[in-house]
Design a protein around this ligand. Structure first.
Ligand code: SAH
Length: 248
């Protein structure tokens, strides 16, 4: 998949995009990331990319012409890519959205700065507005990194089979169960016996129960929407009995 990122700060991406899983995705040629410096498309002598908003008010806005010129150049290269605007006003970025975006042919991601972007950019080019959460970042770069990272790990072949994304939190609507590695005892805390038993069916059941327990404790909202099996419901009532309270 091709990712094209439109930014005023391409230097921010070196590091996050040169290590670990993203790097592996690039090395295996499963993804390609191109950074486009919006400033290169500002035609005036000082290469100005921001201006004061009409109607007054604090701060500056990203000007329409350089961003539109950059966008047109990128769109000409990738006519079938989906255009995302990073914005606190967008739809919240979740596993479901990442999964959906991983099916796109390519993604063009616009990183806003200052007070944001001239609204006409959205009207002219944007297919989807994506928010990282209900808070305001200083720019869209960190949001773009999160989108590229979360989407890349869902592209088949990027993760090895021993780090498959299928048991990760949210993949099946629940949070992942607790995990342990050696040593079996640390500061008086031991690893649950079941995990040491070698009994795969007992381990599967333990993990499912603990996944349900964690989700009900930390994210009860997810449990309300999850697709639960009859085994899950039985495990949940056992948990309720143990707690003496209602889990769902
Ligand atoms: N004035 C704008 C916020 C601008 S913040 C408003 O109130 O809506 C500057 C840029 O940072 C935005 O254009 C966007 O690209 C990025 N940004 C800020 N918060 C974000 C968030 N929660 N998710 C994704 N991008 C965000």
């Amino acid at each position: 998949m091709n990712f094209d990122i439109l930014t005023l700060f391409p230097g921010m991406f070196s590091g996050p995009f040169d290590e670990s899983i993203i790097r592996r995705g690039k090395d295996k040629q499963l993804i390609d990331i191109a950074l486009h410096n919006i400033r290169d498309y500002a035609k005036d002598k000082h290469q100005v990319t921001d201006d004061a908003p009409y109607g007054g008010g604090a701060g500056m806005l990203m000007k329409v012409e350089p961003l539109a010129a950059c966008m047109e150049a990128v769109k000409a290269l990738r006519p079938t890519s989906t255009v995302l605007m990073t914005s606190p006003q967008g739809r919240p970025f979740t596993h479901k959205v990442a999964k959906e975006l991983s099916g796109c042919e390519g993604l063009i991601i616009i990183c806003g700065r200052y007070e944001g972007v001239d609204e006409r950019i959205r009207e002219l080019f944007v297919d989807d507005d994506i928010s990282l959460g209900d808070y305001v970042l200083s720019g869209g770069e960190i949001a773009a990194m999160a989108i590229v990272d979360a989407v890349t790990r869902l592209i088949p072949g990027v993760l090895g089979c021993d780090e498959s994304a299928t048991t990760d939190s949210f993949c099946n609507g629940l949070l992942e169960y607790p995990q342990y590695t050696r040593p079996a005892e640390f500061m008086g805390l031991t690893v649950p016996d079941t995990l040491l038993s070698g009994n795969h069916e007992m381990i599967r059941k333990w993990r499912r129960r603990e996944s349900l327990r964690k989700t009900s404790r930390l994210r009860p909202d997810l449990l309300l929407q999850a697709d639960l099996t009859s085994e899950d419901r039985k495990l949940l009532s056992e948990l309720e009995r143990d707690n003496g309270s209602t889990v769902r």
